[in-house]
Design a protein around this ligand. Structure first.
Ligand SMILES: [Zn+2]
Length: 445
């Protein structure tokens, strides 16, 4: 895996953006090193698309020098996730995870990702009782019986059948879905038992659109919601913060906890976009009033908006809740290369957003954070973001990226107005730290 910093190593895909970003970032010790290393990674990005070829930015490893030994990050994955089959042209395909795990395994094999920092775990299946803490039992049964009937009819494993709006199933779907929900529970157990510091449940089908009684939007069970209830009931972590940076609004997660004051749901998402929910005025009801924080963003929004939103809205929300555990709905369809979304995050941004969420977990709950895979439909972006997020969870700011920066915009959003509106709406106080880095793009100068 190439980690050389020589810019002449390979041609750049986006030399202009790389240069701009490098020169404009703050020249502070740790940050500058990270910054330069990341920019270099972009400059070096080779054009080939194999996992081995993606460049890693070698930067200061937070897990490194002088710090006490930290527990590993649990990586929960199962080949059964690949047995949930969909029609040929469907975006939510097994290849998403096949490529992601392939890249992660290559990074582990060549030592880029230290093996002692990653604890590989196989998920158990969530039980019907556990699924029923957020789903109606009839919803669980409906899926189980639909899959059973496919088997009885002798359907081949690769043959999908329509099950709900934007949802297909195959003979492997029930096992895949119960293990996808169970993966986050396996992760929480590893953390609760002191075997892991935090975790990444690399799963499919995704979950955040599934409501208590409806499968929709590629989702069968709401994995992150099942995890939130399990964290409360099994581990006594009552106050749960769910951060969702998928490009779509997690309508299912919002619905399930809409009247729950102990589970705070914070979502950044493109608006308007599927599924159409997630207005900032949807703030919860009853005991949950104020515990839903929606940040709808216009297409084209990127780091310049996400950075202040996370620092000045998410942080005060977290400060107010003081979570016992943090769950991250980690969708990578807000990446600028995603075919379904119109937001403009690059891979390095996912590192920073994840590090920011980890910092919240570090501050309030001994680092207890479980990232649960949601969307992301550009296969390269998913694999590279998954690898990058795994690095972030291990405490490293390394970025695996050969996609580079989004195309330049000739305008920018009034971030201050967006933040102020949310600040007022949610009666927030205080905000966190200086920007992780300054983003300047061509056209803004
Ligand atoms: Zn999505």
């Amino acid at each position: 895996m190439p980690t050389s910093k020589s810019p002449s190593k390979s041609p750049s895909k986006s030399p202009a953006t790389t240069t701009t970003t490098t020169t404009k970032r703050p020249k502070k010790t740790g940050e500058a090193r990270t910054t330069n290393a990341r920019a270099t990674a972009r400059a070096e990005a080779p054009s080939t698309e194999t996992p081995e070829a993606a460049t890693i930015a070698s930067a200061a490893d937070a897990a490194g020098e002088g710090e006490p030994q930290r527990l590993p990050t649990a990586l929960v994955y199962d080949e059964a996730f690949l047995d949930h089959h969909v029609p040929e042209d469907f975006p939510e395909t097994p290849d998403r995870l096949r490529m992601a795990i392939g890249m992660i395994e290559a990074l582990l094999a060549d030592g880029s990702l230290p093996q002692d920092q990653v604890l590989r775990l196989a998920p158990r299946a969530a039980t019907i009782e556990e699924l029923s803490t957020v789903h109606e039992r009839a919803h669980v049964e409906r899926l189980r019986m639909a899959v059973e009937s496919l088997m009885q009819q002798g359907a081949t494993p690769e043959t999908p059948r329509k099950f709900a709006s934007e949802v297909y199933i195959s003979t492997g779907s029930y096992t895949a879905a119960t293990r996808a929900a169970g993966a986050a529970l396996t992760a929480l157990d590893a953390i609760g038992e002191g075997r892991a510091r935090n975790a990444y449940a690399l799963v499919r089908p995704p979950g955040h659109h599934a409501t208590s009684d409806t499968a929709m939007g590629f989702c069968l069970f709401n994995n992150v919601a099942v995890a939130a209830r399990y964290a409360q009931q099994r581990w006594g972590w009552r106050k749960v913060l769910i951060v969702d940076y998928d490009v779509h609004h997690g309508n299912g997660t919002q619905d399930i906890f809409y009247e729950d004051g102990e589970v705070v749901y914070f979502s950044t998402h493109q608006s308007p976009l599927y599924p159409g929910t997630g207005a900032s005025t949807e703030t919860g009801a009853g005991e949950g009033l104020g515990a839903t924080i929606n940040v709808p963003l216009p297409a084209g929004s990127g780091w310049s908006v996400f950075d202040p939103i996370f620092r000045q809205v998410l942080w005060p929300v977290a400060d107010r809740l003081k979570p016992d555990v943090v769950l991250l709905s980690a969708g990578f369809d807000a990446h600028w290369c995603d075919p379904l979304g119109g937001l403009m995050l690059c891979t390095a941004d996912f590192s920073d957003l994840t590090l920011e969420v980890q910092e919240i977990a570090d501050r309030y709950c001994d680092g207890r954070l479980v990232a649960v895979q949601e969307g992301g439909y550009n296969l390269d972006a998913v694999a590279q973001c998954a690898s990058t997020v795994l690095f972030a969870l291990t405490g490293s700011d390394k970025v695996v990226d050969n996609l580079g920066l989004p195309p330049p915009l000739n305008y920018r959003w009034n971030e201050e107005a967006i933040v102020q509106a949310l600040y007022d709406l949610h009666d927030l106080t205080g905000y966190r730290r200086k920007p992780r880095r300054i983003q300047v793009r061509p056209g803004w100068e």
